[in-house]
Write a protein that binds this ligand. Structure first.
Ligand code: LLP
Length: 472
């Protein structure tokens, strides 16, 4: 780290670095803008996982997703260790792989002792191919196809049942599969009727939600399951939303789940697991103030313990399934700065070589991000710029009012906190190839997703007969 006076730090990209006096392992990754290993080298360049980002871009091209293994593993461990510390009963953390479903991230989460939450046949396949034990996989989704359910039955993962059609389909599939001697392992997803403050597209726990059984039909559901030996209902699940900073809604959820558990016991269902879902938020800007992973877990555990004590029941196995708070802060996206356009008295656009195809969150949810210039980390932030992507769409703006130093074409812009729902929601709009991803740790770099090629872009295309171009 350069020795720079505090005021200069505040007015430069250095402000986003974790203070070097604090032990990194104690920091909650979801409260940082940059990965825990971020530092600046003597060339004034940003390093993550001991790798200079400008060199990574030289080697692997641009744009580039850079995933810091230490930050991801630290977040996994903080969830697990906090559960072990604050909960006397059994517990399991599931990684909500929708946040970033790929072989490497599933394998890393699994190697940290986490199970995996999947929401489609594709995510299930990815987790299985990553070597995750089906016993540790939980399959969600509000409209699973029969093919997807058959795949789930074949591998033996737990199915989180969302609705009546799915329940009935499973009974029918179970009847065909005589080998299901212990019954099909299911959980029931319910809509808890809990409101929380987040973007309306990512709220799921309020009553007007497409997910899960409505509370008023639960008794009927429990009665149905108790009469069907093919179904082995081991638990209840609810998820209230994503990017949540309040703790109270999850505490309320613990109590709601325990109430539903009491109801299920009246139908003699052998329920031992309660899953409170995911949802803990992360920092995208300095003014974001989510609770730490440890504080979130501690509060959820305490609420569960209190609710069980009040109802005089033993502690169930407690599950949670974070996505964003595990991967979000572990990754940054590096772009190369290109053209600019100055509109006097209005704004200056600065364009990068990616945009809404590698990060659809700003255009979808008006999400706000922060960025630094990787090769000018201590330069004063003298410019206020609009960072545009390269797509043919005016709304393709990655950052509004970015505070940056003076830049030149070829400089490397790094957008922070891009691990969650960026790669997983990326597209090929305008036929842009999806960027590569590299995993960095202690100066070592490994590519975990290669960059798409133009050949990849047309791999599914089929020219109608007679239209194939003549080639010599
Ligand atoms: N469990 C269930 C059932 C979920 O639906 C979700 C997220 C999670 C767990 C993980 O939630 P997290 O810990 O990541 O907040 N694409 C949106 C986010 C959609 C979240 C969908 N469900 C975004 O980019 O903000």
């Amino acid at each position: 780290m350069l020795s720079t006076p505090p005021s200069a730090v505040q007015n430069s990209g250095l402000q986003y670095l974790t203070s070097s006096t604090t032990s990194q392992a104690g920091l909650s990754p979801n409260q940082q803008l940059l990965p825990l290993t971020a530092t600046v080298n003597s060339n004034d360049c940003l390093e993550i996982g001991g790798c200079d980002l400008t060199k990574l871009v030289e080697q692997f091209g641009s744009p580039l997703y850079i995933l810091d293994e230490v930050t991801l593993r630290t977040a996994c461990r903080q969830y697990r260790e906090a559960l072990a510390r604050y909960y006397q009963g059994e517990s399991l953390v599931l990684y909500a792989s929708k946040a970033w479903s790929c072989l490497a991230v599933c394998a890393i989460a699994s190697s940290e002792g986490l199970g995996i939450d999947v929401v489609s046949g594709g995510e299930l396949y990815t987790a299985l191919e990553a070597g995750v034990d089906a016993n540790q996989i939980y399959f969600h989704g509000n409209n699973k196809s029969t093919d997807e359910l058959e795949l789930a039955l074949k591998c033996g993962c737990t199915i989180v049942v969302d609705n009546w059609l799915e329940l009935r389909t499973l009974v029918a599939l179970g009847a065909q599969q005589q080998s299901q001697n212990q019954g099909i392992r299911i959980m029931i997803r319910l809509t808890p009727g809990i409101e929380c403050h987040t973007h309306e597209y990512i709220r799921t726990g309020h009553l007007d939600s497409k997910f899960g059984f409505d509370p008023h039909e639960l008794e009927e559901v429990f009665a149905f399951i108790s009469q069907n030996q093919t179904l082995n209902c081991i638990g209840l699940h609810a998820h209230i939303g994503s990017q949540i900073f309040e703790i109270q809604p999850h505490k309320d959820l613990a109590a709601v789940l325990v109430d539903c558990l009491i109801k299920a016991h009246r139908y003699d269902l052998p329920i031992q697991e309660l899953n409170v879902g995911g949802g803990l938020g992360i920092c995208y800007t300095q003014s974001d103030d989510p609770p730490s992973i440890e504080a979130w877990v501690q509060n959820v555990c305490q609420a569960m313990v209190d609710a069980c004590k009040q109802q005089q029941i033993p502690l169930p196995k407690l599950l949670c399934e974070p996505g964003r708070s595990l991967v979000g802060s572990a990754c940054v996206t590096a772009y190369t700065i290109g053209s600019s356009k100055v509109i006097p008295q209005m704004r200056t656009y600065l364009a990068v070589d990616g945009g809404m195809s590698d990060n659809p969150r700003p255009i979808t949810y008006q999400s706000v991000y922060r960025a630094v210039v990787a090769n000018r980390m201590s330069a004063p932030l003298t410019e206020t710029l609009t960072i545009a992507g390269k797509h043919c769409e005016s709304g393709d703006i990655l950052l509004q009012q970015a505070q940056l130093p003076k830049t030149e074409p070829g400089d490397i812009l790094v957008v922070m906190s891009t691990g969650a729902y960026n790669y997983s929601m990326a597209s090929n709009y305008n036929r842009l190839p999806r960027p590569a991803t590299v995993l960095v740790n202690e100066g070592e770099v490994q590519m975990i997703a290669r960059r798409e090629t133009y050949q990849d872009l047309i791999r599914l295309d089929i020219l109608p007969t007679g239209l194939a171009p003549a080639r010599d």
